[in-house]
Design a protein around this ligand. Structure first.
Ligand code: FES
Length: 153
């Protein structure tokens, strides 16, 4: 398989990489662009650690090829803060201790932002359902839900 030139718009900036068409968006972010905030847990759609937003909707970046995401707006955890100001969801995770080891946290936060934005946080049960694809081995779930609740208002 040949290497091809891929253009990806990530956090508002177009980046070009030379990669094989079989490279996942997750590997493009981590291995080619050094955007390692997005985590690899399972690499097959089971854990949510790799959650990013594409055109405003959350996806598991391990389940999509980088080549399929050209021309789309990709947002990663690195793109959430505005300068020195953390995103309100990041602040809420800090305030409510929404993590222990932190490995799942970027994916949890990206899912939490989408949860509120897409209107799935009207109750804790709804939030838990929406967030059920984001696993946390440490069991920080109650605090994660509390963080989402706070941002949802
Ligand atoms: Fe993508 Fe687990 S690494 S869902």
């Amino acid at each position: 398989e040949g290497v091809t030139s891929l253009q990806l718009k990530i956090n508002g900036t177009v980046r070009t990489i030379q990669a094989e068409p079989r490279v996942t968006l997750l590997d493009a972010l981590r291995e080619y662009l050094d955007l390692t905030g997005t985590k690899k847990g399972c690499d097959h759609g089971q854990c949510g650690a790799c959650t990013v937003h594409v055109d405003g909707r959350r996806i598991n970046s391990c389940l999509t090829l980088a080549v399929m995401n050209q021309g789309k707006e990709i947002t990663t955890i690195e793109g959430l803060a505005q300068g020195e100001a953390l995103h309100p969801m990041q602040e809420a995770f800090l305030k409510h201790d929404g993590f222990q080891c932190g490995y799942c946290t970027p994916g949890q936060i990206m899912s939490g932002v989408a949860c509120v934005k897409e209107g799935h946080a009207s109750s804790d049960d709804q939030t838990r359902e929406w967030m059920s694809g984001n696993l946390c081995r440490c069991g920080a779930y109650p605090n994660i839900v509390a963080a989402v609740r706070e941002v949802a208002g």
